[in-house]
Each structure stands twice: as C-alpha cells, then as structure tokens.
Design a protein around this ligand. Structure first.
Ligand SMILES: [Zn+2]
Length: 410
C-alpha cells in the first residue's frame, strides 16, 4: 500500500533545515517529496498525519558489531557463545538496532565468518527484522600480539598467498567487507595502540586481493602508521584513527572521497563515565586508555571534519556497559565532544551513512528507499531525542512499517 506522510517537518538528511512538507511512499521507494500545499497524486494511499513531527531518514550505524552479544535487553558477559545461541542473539541484536531507528548498518567485524552473511540475506528477504546490512567476515588480528581479545581470529595463514586466498574465500562466502586489526589497542593491552599487526607488504597484498575480488576492507587503526598503511592499501572504512598525525590526516584528506571514518567514541565514553558497576572505575578507564583516547579524539575528529573527511556516528556497541540499542547516543557525543552541530551529526548519520552503505538510503529524496523515521520533536535542535524509542513514532523500512504510527488513518 502507498503511504502519504502529511503535516510533517522534513529533514532530508543533507544537513539543510527542516521544511514543512509531505512525502509519498510507493512500493519500497520514496515517490515524491513535496512542499506543503502542493498537490500530490496519492489516491488510495494510507494517510499518515504526522501532527508536526519530524520525518527524517532512518539512521545508519557506521561501525556495527551485531554479533557482540550485550544489548539494552540483556547483558551477556562473554564474547564467546555456542554458535547456535550466538546466531540467535545476533538476530535479536539486529531487531533491537532497527527498533532504535537504525535502518542500515555497516559492519565493522563479526564473531563468526558467515553469521552476518546469513543474517543479511534473511533480512533482505523479509524473513527477519533488522537493518540493511553490509556483512563482514570475522575480525582478523595477529596471534600472540598484545592480548588480542577473545573472538578475534588470530589463526589465519599470514603468508602472502594465504592472505590472498583468505580475501577471495570471504568474497566467495558472500561477505561485503573484511575487517583487519591493523593495530592493536590500549583496551587490549597498555601500549597496544602503537603495535602494528600487519606489515606494509601484508597490507598491500590484502589491498590488491580485495580490489581483484571486489570486496571492501575495513580496519581497526589506532597508531598513525596503521592509518597510513590503510590508506596506502586502499582500505575503505578506517576506524578510530585516534593517534593520526598531520601526515596521516593529509593522506586521508587526499582520498576523502573513497574513505570513511567512525571513531566509536561511545565505548571510550562509557568506560570513562558509565562502567563503574561493571568494574571499570576511573583507574581502570585510565589504564585502558579510555580517557586519553577520548581527549585525542576530541582533537582528531574536529580536524577531520574541517578537512572534509567523512566521520560517522556509531561503533562498538555490544558490550555490557555499551550495549546494542544505545547507538544513537553517538550523535550526542558528536555534538558535545566533537563540535558538530545537531544537523551535521544527523547528516553524518543519514546521508553520509548512505554513501557508506553505497545504497540509495539516508536521504529523503524521490527514488530512494523509503527508510524513514517519524520523530516526536525536533532532532535538528536536540539529537538526544533519538535515544528514546518512545520518540520514534514510526519506523519504516523499504516502504513497510517496522513500527506503525498510532496516528495512521486510511
Ligand atoms: Zn569496532
């Protein structure tokens, strides 16, 4: 059935101001975006009177870990579950992510090689609720290096031929992206962020293979040299970049049209201020580098934004103290810590997220997928509204309501 949203303030995702309008959805696409008063041919459409609420694109989680178990619905104190439970928890997390306004998710690594491929296909075919998913293979790291944590696979063949065949094998499995830990992390072991896990030669081999296979590359890159290595090897999603120096920033800026960054500040923020009851007090947060990491991000991220590098919200939700479902909190951190205006943070989470997904999503524009949120209030003034699901009056994905508005009339 077609749907006509009337009496709504449209935030189209580009970052411009809201405007009063009406939006027609036909099939799975947006068929028309019209100002108030214009005639829209919508015979037979279900009319949704938004009552002045904001109609905006569904959000994109730019650094998703749907296989990380903990969510706002349940705490799970391990990353390693039996595969059957793990797959089901992952599907549950996909539904929770959608419940909280994220209609798309770009994976930053899974805890099983085919979990996300299987999940993506179930979601795409309409059998399970969840965000449109760019599915990742298991996150890869180096064996024995600075406490690489449980769940990251350190066992793969790291010869050049082995790396190449791994990349081709993940393409054959149906993965959209592969994630490598190009550096370790302070959270894994003190000093870890400066430890490189793949040599220049290995990164180059991975990059060439991925280009030949037609698969995207994502990486965890803390050390400045890891960021540079990722840029040189053609990685598309370069995450964290906490220690990026001037040269690394210059290199990223030079390829800003093909790369994306998501700092995943939520995890560090949680460790600093919200994880006391999970055994992470101020001293532990200090030891894990959360406080210094957050301070560095507050320098690096605004500088990236100034240079036009796309920095997107989301990331590393799935811990007991940073659970799946809280992802929209990142928009608040972008505003409060990184100096984004609310509209800039929203554009990063929507239209720029659509560029990351490489799908016609994230914009309220004719021809795009009808992935839409009807939001009580004005998130272009206060992005924290998006953290309360009660404010999400309707969630539409591909023209179908995941959450139908109470105020719908036929
Ligand atoms: Zn991550």
């Amino acid at each position: 059935m077609d749907t006509l949203f009337t009496n709504v303030m449209v935030f189209d995702g580009t970052g411009t101001e809201r405007f009063p309008g009406q939006v027609l959805v036909r099939g799975d696409r947006i068929a028309a975006v019209a100002p108030v008063g214009a005639t829209v041919e919508a015979t037979g459409a279900r009319i949704v009177d938004g009552g002045g609420a904001t109609l905006m694109p569904g959000m994109v989680e730019a650094h998703a870990h749907l296989t990380w178990p903990s969510s706002v619905e349940r705490v799970i104190n391990t990353m390693k579950l039996p595969p059957e439970e793990h797959m089901l928890v992952t599907a549950q997390n996909a539904r929770i992510t959608l419940d909280h306004g994220f209609t798309s998710a770009y994976s930053a690594g899974a805890l099983g090689e085919r979990f996300e491929v299987a999940l993506r296909d179930m979601i795409d075919r309409g059998f399970l609720p969840g965000p449109r998913l760019r599915a990742s293979a298991m996150e890869k790291g180096a064996e024995g290096v600075m406490g690489v944590p449980e769940g990251h696979d350190p066992t793969h063949d790291r010869s050049i031929d082995g790396l190449r065949s791994y990349v081709f094998a993940m393409k054959a499995l149906g993965c959209d992206t592969i994630k490598f830990l190009l550096s370790s992390d302070e959270g894994f072991a003190p000093g870890g962020s400066q430890v490189l896990m793949y040599s220049e030669e290995e990164a180059q081999a991975i990059g060439r293979a991925a280009e030949e296979a037609g698969i995207w590359l994502a990486c965890h890159a803390q050390a400045s040299e890891a960021v540079k290595r990722a840029v040189r090897a053609g990685f598309r999603a370069i995450y964290h970049c906490t220690y990026a120096d001037e040269e690394a920033l210059d290199m990223m800026e030079a390829v800003k049209d093909r790369i994306f960054m998501a700092p995943a500040a939520g995890l560090l923020y949680a460790r600093c201020f919200e994880a006391q009851e999970f055994g992470i007090g101020p001293a532990e947060a200090e030891r894990m580098g959360a406080r210094s990491g957050l301070e560095l991000m507050q320098q690096v991220v605004p500088e990236m934004r100034r240079r036009g590098i796309r920095v997107l919200p989301g990331g590393d939700y799935g811990f007991p103290y940073n659970p799946v479902g809280r992802n929209a909190r990142d928009l608040q951190l972008f505003v409060e810590l990184f100096g984004f205006t609310p509209r800039q943070a929203l554009a990063a989470a929507t239209s720029q997220g659509g560029e990351l997904m490489d799908l016609p999503v994230g914009t309220v524009r004719e021809g795009c997928f009808a992935d839409l949120l009807l939001v009580e209030g004005d998130p272009t003034v206060d992005v924290t509204l998006l953290q309360d699901p009660a404010n999400l009056l309707a969630i539409m994905q591909g023209g179908r309501f995941h959450r139908a508005p109470a105020l719908a009339t036929v």
